[in-house]
Design a protein around this ligand. Structure first.
Ligand code: CA
Length: 237
């Protein structure tokens, strides 16, 4: 295995119909050593992801043909890949957070290419860090089995598809049953964000996990944060 410095270039697919934005982001990512390919619409983006199997996807929400939500579903049903979603307004981000669409992070336009590249670095560093860490043993949460080695989750034996960030968040909470984590602590531990910005990103991922695994999988501790109860809560079902 090559060391981090000389590891083969990570690849990013950009799916964005606004050519000036796509080319500015692509140029910046290339200058940072990423391999970058761009698709101008949803169907082409899905095809490109199947062919390139990128390490990360930058995905615009408003696309001709197939919107970003549909594209996100498609590319993540193939395999878990981190998605950074671009939106036109904060209100759209709020809506997406409410829908828990499975993006790993969101950026609202306008943003600087530098800012986006910093976000891409952070997401990839986190994914790589979690795959480089010694793998803990399986964690059981009632009917939910979490296997860190394969990064797979089963609920009553049924495989449940989680995004990379959803998986990391679930594993983090499930490894600490009964411990309440604040949103800031989760952002730091799971996302690697030191400044505590992005609390609604945490809420979005909690919502997605509840939708996929049941409302009682994660408990909200009002005014504090989130926790799992461990086997006691899940055993009640
Ligand atoms: Ca667009």
């Amino acid at each position: 295995m090559p060391s981090g410095e000389v590891a083969s270039a990570r690849s990013v697919v950009i799916i964005e119909d606004e050519a000036p934005i796509a080319s500015a982001v692509a140029a910046r990512l290339r200058s940072e050593g990423y391999r970058v390919e761009v698709a101008p619409d949803g169907p082409a983006g899905i095809e490109l992801c199947e062919r390139v199997r990128p390490d990360l996807v930058v995905l615009d929400l408003m696309l001709p043909g197939l919107d970003g939500l549909e594209v996100c579903k498609h590319i993540q049903s193939d395999r878990p890949v981190p998605v950074l979603m671009l939106t036109a307004r904060d209100s759209e981000t709020d809506l997406l957070v409410g829908l828990a669409v499975g993006a790993d992070d969101y950026m609202t336009k306008p943003f600087s290419a530098r800012e986006l590249v910093a976000r891409v670095h952070t997401i990839l560093r986190r994914v790589e860090r979690s795959s480089a860490e010694p793998v803990p043993g399986p964690v059981h949460l009632g009917d939910i089995d979490i296997d860190p080695a394969s990064r797979r989750v089963r609920n009553c034996g049924e495989l449940v598809h989680l995004t990379p960030t959803e998986f990391d968040l679930l594993l983090h909470l499930a490894s600490r049953p009964g411990v309440v984590s604040t949103r800031e602590q989760l952002l730091s531990a799971v996302w690697g964000y030191p400044d505590g910005s992005g609390a609604r990103t945490v809420d979005s991922h909690v919502r997605a996990l509840r939708r996929k695994l049941g409302d009682d999988v994660i408990r909200t501790v009002h005014g504090v944060g989130y926790a799992v109860e461990g086997t006691a809560a899940a055993a009640r079902r």
